[in-house]
Design a protein around this ligand. Structure first.
Ligand code: NCD
Length: 338
């Protein structure tokens, strides 16, 4: 595949005409870069593998699915859940997980090595690369560069975070048994939240979904993306006040204001914590079935008093599903199951 000539800006990358390969029913050797690669059939296929993965993990059974396989995690940005759950997934399946953390400081990147050379080097040692990078389009760029191994996007700047969306969708599916005909609320940093972008893309694949977006004025969804989602059939309503939250939505998806995407502290402070979930809000606007999700980390936008409520799944099924879904994905992408 051809290489891009230079680093491109986030806006160019978001509207880049290059489309990653569709998954269809075969994940083998495919890069996982965006939810745009998926359709309901590919998602159903992935999800059909998840219960077996969760059983393996919960029973501490040694799986040999990834025997001999090596997955390298190259993380240019901090991470707790994504990195650890990927590593744990590889280990659960009998493979080996290696990590290049903070390559800017601890690898030849610090000597001036290019991103492309780093990717070409890493691919020589492994069967797949899991990449997190601050630049939109970096995962696509890595995929264009790597000749032999698939790239899994673990977050490319404000772009996408497809594996988080897959585990989010799985968490919703597990609760409601479907991914269509749902009403959801997405709150917080809708503009910069890559998990939000991937989740909305995923929800747009199914009919009759309605999503309320509640963001501070400066953190609203990019109008081009909004239009794109509406064209795909997702119904989207923008609201600006907690009093306008619809009653009895199926899910709430709260997010952190992405401090690292701001130029100045003042702008961040103005936007931060405009919307906060406390027990009163959940009781007033949620139903007995509403699930409260968050990709984590949270930094004050969901009060700890809510954690004990069984509807709060962020530190329960949502976080656990992260590992199970990634186990299934790795098994499929590495061609160890059909
Ligand atoms: C998110 C991310 O890195 O985009 N975290 C995650 O991977 N679960 C969300 C965030 O950092 O706010």
């Amino acid at each position: 595949m051809s290489k891009p000539e230079s680093t491109f800006t986030p806006q160019e990358a978001l509207t880049s005409p290059r489309q990653p390969e569709k998954i269809g029913r075969s994940f083998k050797d495919k890069d996982i870069l965006s939810l745009e690669q998926f359709d309901p059939e590919s998602i159903a296929h992935l999800f059909s593998k998840v219960p077996k993965m969760s059983e393996t993990a919960r029973n501490s059974r040694q799986s040999h699915l990834l025997d001999g396989g090596i997955v390298v995690h190259v993380f240019y940005e901090p991470s707790t859940r994504t990195r650890l759950s990927f590593q744990a997934s590889v280990e659960q399946l009998g493979g080996r997980a290696l990590i290049v953390e903070n390559p800017q400081a601890y690898s030849s990147v610090s000597k001036g090595e290019t991103f492309e050379d780093t990717i070409r080097t890493v691919e020589a040692y492994c069967d797949a690369i899991v990449l997190r990078h601050p630049e939109v389009g970096s995962a696509q760029r890595a995929a264009d560069t790597a000749e032999h191994v698939p790239i899994i996007n673990a977050g490319d700047g404000i772009g996408e975070h497809p594996t988080q969306a897959l585990l989010d969708l799985y968490t919703i599916y597990e609760k409601f048994g479907r991914l269509n005909g749902l009403t959801g609320l997405v709150a917080g940093d809708v503009k910069n939240g890559r998990t939000v972008h991937s989740l909305l893309e995923g929800l747009s694949l199914y009919p009759d979904n309605l999503v309320y977006l509640m963001a501070p004025e400066i953190l609203k969804l990019d109008p081009t993306e909004l239009e794109h989602l509406r064209q795909k059939g997702l119904k989207v309503e923008e609201i600006a006040d907690q009093k306008d939250i619809p009653k009895d939505a199926n899910f709430w998806y709260w997010t952190r204001v992405q401090k690292e995407r701001f130029d100045g502290e003042d702008e961040y402070q103005q936007a931060n914590n405009q919307f906060i979930v406390d027990q009163e809000l959940l009781d007033e606007k949620g139903s007995a079935d509403t699930i409260l999700m968050h990709p984590l980390p949270r930094v004050g936008e969901i009060l700890p008093e809510v954690d004990a409520d069984s509807r709060a799944v962020y530190l329960r099924s949502q976080v656990r599903n992260g590992m199970y879904v990634r186990m299934a994905l790795l098994g499929l992408v590495l061609g160890r199951m059909d």
